[in-house]
Design a protein around this ligand. Sequence first.
Ligand code: IPM
Ligand code: MG
Length: 357
Amino acid sequence: MKIAVLPGDGIGPEVVAEALKVLRAIESPQRPFAFTQALVGGAAYEATGHPLPPETLALVKASDAILFGAEGGFQYETLPRGLRPGDALLSLRTELELFANFRPIRLFPELIGASTLRPDVIEGLDLLILRELTGDIYFGEPRGDRTGPHGRESFNTMRYDEREIARIARVGFEAARSRRGKLCSVDKANVLETGELWRQVVIEVSAEFPDVELSHLYIDAAAMTLVRSPRDFDVIVTSNLFGDILSDEAAMLTGSIGMLPSASLGIGRKGLYEPVHGCAPDLAGRNIANPLATILSAAMMLRFSFGLTADADRIEQAVRKVLAQGLRTADIAEPGARVLGTREMGDAVIAQLTQAS
Ligand code: IPM
Ligand code: MG
């Protein structure tokens, strides 16, 4: 099990260190993990002049799974496109053809008070956002800047082809089948050609999945429904840009983006696992960031890339028990809770894991 470890920038190294501690705690001699660290993002730019150096790309290509921390930093925001930390993540997604991004939105009952929404709206919340990750306006050509009749002008291209839509739709139907059997496809078919094609292709693919209940929403209505009655959703399948926006919105339903793991998968079992939160430069190096999203991403890695379902369950249960004990990082702390640092939260998860075995 070859795991490329890319801690990246900001709080990335701190939260990844905790996930590695957890993975080491469940590793067994018969089934060792081979971790190799590499530079990515701003850290790689500083050291090599590029956010995704060739050595890092070669490593991820030769690995079975990638554990990714975070990338970014204010100081890099004015670098030329292609050299910014986020470009590394985008290149990793396309180079490895990781077109399916799973962002499970689950409310831990212990955190119901940490959400800004009323408990009766979110109690029992469990939905999956499935985001297409390698197409759309993120990658469409032409794109660029030019001078137009009114001065500076910039443009991007929203683009999808039917093959890209059909393959993410199939992943969505399969996911719905393994859950509560409901798939909601989100588009902007009332205005955009890409949305119309999206909807047509999803409907065509639905013929292969008569047991899944398919519905459609426009992106604006989906954003509204997510805060009005989020439990209406089981699986949401949507395009790259809309999925980016909806997943941050949905994250806050659960109290903190610091709780949200993700998996980016392609054709095989290789996957990239990362917390949905960013690099949080204001929290970096202070031992206050929440490592649980990264720890839960490591659990997703065990489940999806290595088929280690029991170990993934164990990690998720350990996280629940820690929360049930009232232990919190600052981002999810209600008044009166015991607030732990990043490392102490990692230790608390490990204590539960070793106790359980
Ligand atoms: C995400 C992030 C990235 C995205 C950025 C960092 C490029 O916001 O993974 O949601 O837009 O995909
Ligand atoms: Mg995002």
